[in-house]
Design a protein around this ligand. Structure first.
Ligand SMILES: [Zn+2]
Length: 127
């Protein structure tokens, strides 16, 4: 996915200084070209979970969201937090909430997760 160019001192993922503008990924930060390429696998992963909006407009849940889907999302958020990302919940009224990625808590863990996602044959599965 093409994303707008933006300037930053360092890549949000590997921490290397950016001499040229990188790409801004909402909820992750500005990434250099290499790290932005690696993010492709992560986008596919979110897409498979129907959660690509986490790095876009936000993922909405509401009163009619089926319990099974809520459970699935809960597991996804736990996995994302283990992968070094922050997930933020924003309440929009009594029965509506929107989830976003809200930055990188651990670059090391996120890099490991991206390596894993980039090598699907090595991805461990529970099911
Ligand atoms: Zn980088």
């Amino acid at each position: 996915m093409k994303r707008p160019r933006a300037r930053a001192e360092r890549c949000a993922l590997c921490g290397r200084p950016l001499k040229r503008p990188g790409r801004r990924v909402p909820g992750v930060g500005v990434l250099g070209p290499e790290c932005h390429r690696k993010l492709g696998a992560f986008e596919h992963f979110l897409e498979r979970h129907g959660a690509l909006e986490l790095i876009g407009a936000g993922l909405e849940v509401h009163r009619t969201t089926p319990p099974k889907r809520l459970e699935e999302l809960q597991a996804l958020f736990i996995r994302l937090e283990r992968a070094g990302l922050r997930v933020r919940r924003e309440d929009r009224g009594p029965d509506r909430a929107v989830f976003h990625l809200a930055g990188v808590a651990s670059r090391t863990r996120l890099q490991k997760e991206l390596e894993r996602l980039g090598n699907p044959q090595r991805e461990r599965r529970c099911a």
